[in-house]
Design a protein around this ligand. Sequence first.
Ligand code: ADP
Ligand code: ZN
Length: 721
Amino acid sequence: MNRIRLLVFNPALPVLDYKVPAHLSVEPGSLVLAPLGPRQVLGIVWEADRLPGDEVPEAKLRPILEVLPVAPLAAPLRRLIEWCADYYVAPMNAVARMALGSMAALRGGGTTTEYRLSGHEPKRLTPQRAAAMDALHGEQATIRELAAIAGVSEAVLRGMANTGILEPVTVDLDRPYPRARADFAVPDLSAEQRQAADRFIAAVDAEEFRPFLLDGVTGSGKTECYFEAVAEAIRRKCQVLVLLPEIALTENFLRRFEARFGTPPVLWHSSLKASERRRAWRAIASGEAQVVVGARSALFLPYARLGLLVVDEAHEVSFKQDDGVRYNARDVAVIRARFEKVPVILASATPALESLEMAEAGVYERVVLPDRFGGAQLPEIAVLDLRKEPPERGRWLAPRLVGEMRERLERGEQSLLFLNRRGYAPLTLCRHCGYRFQCPNCSAWLVEHRLSRRLSCHHCGHEVPVPDECPECHTGDCLVACGPGAERIADEVKELLPEARTALVTSDTLNSPERISEFVAAAEQGLIDVIIGTQLVTKGYHFPELTLVGVVDADLGLEGGDLRAGERTYQQIAQVAGRAGRGEKPGEVLIQTRHPEAAVIAALAAGDRDAFYAAEAEGRREAGAPPFGRWAAIIVSSEDEAEAREASRAIGGARPNLPDVLVLGPAPAPLALLRGRYRYRLLINARRSAQLQDVIRQWLASLSFPQGVRVSVDIDPYSFV
Ligand code: ADP
Ligand code: ZN
């Protein structure tokens, strides 16, 4: 191969052709450095016939400079990148970038220097250094990472390294991970579990593409079952990827994994330290990493020998990425399994309607675990009609729910209150003049956080301290909190049950692996009586003494025009209900609602999952919504409101006129201002017969926009804001 074509990572550049000098050799997938003007670019050698572009004449070809010392991206991964770019109408280099994960890792192994406290404590310390020393206990990382952890400047830490308070440690980037042992602690499976596990194991042995929907009630042992397939892959020296919807769940997972396989798996997520990232990437690419557990970004990594993919809590919305390349990791996992010719297991107690339909259609093999493990019963679910049994004035918990909590407290059992809203109150206003605190960058209210005494925007992160007076009318002591957040519910519990030990579980309070472990340990040891949490506590946890779940506001998720609002509410409540009664004692669930007649609530109360899904499917069929029809969105944004509006109108004006494609809008997006950008959106509803992506590509290709306008396409959107 002498003439080659590169996929490069600068989206502004076309594909580039080069030649390979005699002393180098490349193959498709090789990562190379090439000259570009006075600079160098990183590129992936791609099959020229799969990467359209103008061919550079022979005489103009420049030689590449270097082939990077890592394995070439294998063909199945290259096909996956092409598939994603095509399906999600995204630039191929943006997709390919996700496979690289750590640029530094491409430079080869070797060592890096990290720092940690040396144990040497000078007699006198500046307050900054003293604070840094407190913050850095047990930490080892680069100066830059330590600076972020300690909240001081890098200069302070460099000073501490010079005076010997911090000591350098040389870290070998390619030091091996401890080996997971397939037979370390094999569980006794129930007959049903055994059957499920055997089907997965057979698929791993067959080394062929087989998609499974593992549909098992909460507490049925789904994890135990797919662990048997993981064990089989380990025996066959294949790699496994387990995708989890959020990092908060990994803590729990790591412990269970270690108990089963004798060592933790390799972790991949966005907050890894640079050295961990390099080490993990290199172990994944070399095949040394046996089992990788990660967030959705782990999906595109260059596994050397993948043998099995698992997507746990596969129904979770967080598998959908809503910026950059807008993809759904659950769906891409199935596609990757197809290209890699390996089985994939989607595990859930409340599968997405899309997944259920694939099972109905026989595309996915459905594996059902209908019962909880060890004879535990599913909880009793009752509805609490807030119109008939209202809470006291200024409170959010109805007397019956409080009564049930008090009983649990007296019996030494645990309760869990679920409200999917962080902070103290979703809206703060001035009692005097009516001023409402709004984010300057987004069309959203600022949410009060009493713990941190701040008002913060949950969309862009904008924060201000809670002021003493109204910024508008300057009256003092006049701010009123409207509506409840989890913090406020926690306060209410402390007032109503002062003797109860409470734990507030939100992404604000459980923001590190250490804190998550502390919480889990405290809950398991019975040091917590009432857990108050957001969706963070709905999944994964197994607390045998937890016998009561209260859903504070079941109607919350049904507000807003989200197409999946019903399904999401069903899933969330069914999942959080699934935390109750997992041990020997039976569980009870109370759902507070103003709409007991709503289909979702009625189905939950009747424990009739099939009826819910049937009704939901019927509604979607009528609306031409997924999985029966298709949706896509085009989102237009700009810092200039007029520019965004103009651009969205231009797109609307060029809409295709096709019988199977319906275009709605343009209209201001529900979140009309986000991070300082004005947003308009068009919604496209298409029949399954339509070539939706081609239609959108051709439609947009005919238009051009001013510099400041961003146009993004969202195929199979989840968020409608
Ligand atoms: P799910 O993921 O379906 O909610 P889990 O896999 O978390 O269920 O299992 C629920 C609990 O039951 C866990 O504590 C798990 O360790 C335990 N369990 C499930 N199956 C077995 C088994 N065969 N042997 C021992 N414990 C089991
Ligand atoms: Zn904001």
